[in-house]
Design a protein around this ligand. Structure first.
Ligand code: ZN
Length: 279
């Protein structure tokens, strides 16, 4: 099995690879190391012809706390192979931040969404902001009954996370409510809205998810690949990617606005307990 610093990789059943985010002390917060480990693990599973289905999990207690805003590993883009042709990660102003977020958030998520094999997110506990992006890029989502989903970045002066799938995943009205209020969406509500395929007791989550993966793994791999593409292309035909690209620019405008007001990409007043400074 391949080894990664922040990822566990195993084959819990024939033709099923499981990628487990493994920064439990940081609630699996996604720093550069975890991002590139995830990417390498997905690539490994994609290129292994024995693998037909991929499960994305997170070590307990929570699936994902989102992006690691503290910088996590302390590593820079120079420590990892860039997946795209964009550049200028260290440049000042809006330029560096936009390039950075295009690489590690927007385009990385698009890569993972388009892996030519079915992927299943196995979500327990909290799934916050950047964690949503990881669940959403998967083809199916199975959640434990205690799972809860939240994107609170509006209170930090940003119009939702970088991979803006909210309206597609939740419907336009619920997406707006979730973003405007920063309220949690329970597993049950996410299921009712179609964002989650199944809700199961937490102690059954891994087995239940594996059962679905094993069922899918019995199907012909090429039919699975083309079926995935058929659904993804249907969403593309509805303009999903063009909308995401457009919203990504609004997202960068938010960062730039906060940079001008506060000297950082997010509004520090949005940190819980802060007293507003801009009235
Ligand atoms: Zn951002």
């Amino acid at each position: 099995m391949p080894q990664f610093e922040t990822i566990l990789y195993d084959m819990p059943a024939p033709h099923v690879a499981r990628i487990t985010q493994n920064r439990p002390d940081a609630r699996n917060a996604q720093d550069l190391q975890l991002t590139y480990d995830l990417n390498a693990a997905f690539d490994h599973a994609a290129q292994d012809d024995e693998v037909k289905v991929i499960i994305l999990a997170g070590s307990d207690p929570h699936f994902s706390a989102g992006h690691d805003l503290r910088g996590g590993s302390g590593k820079t883009h120079n420590d990892f192979p860039v997946v795209g042709t964009w550049a200028g990660f260290d440049l000042p102003g809006a330029e560096g931040m936009m390039a950075n977020e295009e690489e590690i958030y927007l385009q990385m998520c698009r890569r993972w969404r388009n892996i030519p094999k079915p992927t299943i997110a196995q979500v327990q506990g909290k799934c916050i902001a950047g964690g949503l992006m990881l669940a959403w890029v998967c083809d199916l989502i199975v959640a434990s009954d205690d799972a809860a989903f939240q994107d609170p970045v509006v209170q930090m002066g940003v119009c939702g996370v970088e991979y803006f799938a909210h309206p597609w995943e939740l419907g336009a009205r619920k997406a707006k409510e979730m973003l405007f209020t920063s309220d949690w969406v329970s597993a049950e509500e996410a299921h009712r809205l179609g964002m989650v395929n199944h809700v199961v007791p937490r102690d059954e989550l891994a087995d239940y998810t594996l059962g679905i993966a094993e069922k899918i793994a019995q199907k012909p791999s090429f039919a699975l690949k083309l079926t995935k593409e058929a659904v993804n292309q249907s969403q593309e035909a509805q303009g999903q990617w063009q909308a995401m690209l457009s919203v990504f620019n609004l997202h960068q405008l938010c960062h730039s606005h906060n940079m001008q007001l506060y000297g950082r990409g997010v509004d520090p007043n949005g940190i819980p307990g802060a007293v507003r400074r801009d009235g």
